[in-house]
Ligand binder design. Structure first.
Ligand code: AMP
Ligand code: MG
Length: 192
């Protein structure tokens, strides 16, 4: 394999504290779940998965809205390690793979990582490279419009597996979309 070709797409999906009444502004949101899969770019199989709940410190009490949205329970985060410990576990898992590139749906996850790393004085765990799969999906369709993950699955007539807005399930579904768009031609090209 070409030495500078990254052997894995590290697909990450984060869940974070949130509210629907402005009580948790976006600059105070904190990661409560890291879901991640190592998608092998040779075989397009998921070779490994990582899931970690995180104990938030700025708004430690989850809102009813957040629990409803994510299905993450208060006890899941009460029992979880804080961000620094969670990142140390995450890095240990990441670095057991030869090379990888950080990928996510949109830019939110990257921004949230940068925010939490700054707040907790923890080094950012990735290189500056990042693949925005949401953008790649729009390019695949040949449109400028952005799609949510659930809408993208619908568009491809693929089933959303697991629970939407759970980090690990979202990461698996994003991997399924990425595999699809990188290994198949869009339907408008097939017809043409
Ligand atoms: P997602 O990956 O789409 O599950 O979203 C990641 C995080 O963004 C969630 O854990 C929430 O913190 C926040 N979020 C997603 N959708 C909403 C929404 N409709 N209202 C408020 N926050 C949201
Ligand atoms: Mg999610």
């Amino acid at each position: 394999m070409n030495a500078d070709r990254k052997s894995y797409f590290l697909i990450v999906d984060l869940e974070a504290t949130c509210s629907n009444d402005g009580k948790i502004p976006s600059h105070e949101m904190e990661i409560i779940e890291i879901g991640a899969v190592m998608l092998n770019r040779e075989t397009w199989e998921i070779d490994a998965e990582f899931q970690q709940f995180i104990h938030p410190v700025r708004h430690p009490q989850l809102t009813a809205f957040c629990t409803e949205l994510t299905s993450i329970q208060q006890e899941d985060v009460d029992q979880a390690p804080q961000f620094a410990e969670a990142i140390s576990r995450f890095k240990e898992w990441i670095y057991s793979f030869p090379s990888h590139i950080f990928c996510s749906w949109g830019n939110y996850d990257k921004k949230q990582f940068i925010q939490d790393c700054e707040f907790h004085h923890v080094p950012y765990p990735f290189t500056s490279e990042h693949i925005n799969i949401k953008n790649e999906f729009s390019e695949y369709l040949g449109v400028s419009k952005g799609f949510g993950m659930a809408k993208a699955l619908q568009h491809l007539e693929m089933e959303l597996i697991g629970t939407h807005h759970r980090g690990i399930d979202d990461a698996r579904n994003i991997a399924a979309i990425y595999r699809h768009i990188k290994t198949r031609k869009p339907s408008h090209e097939k017809r043409g």
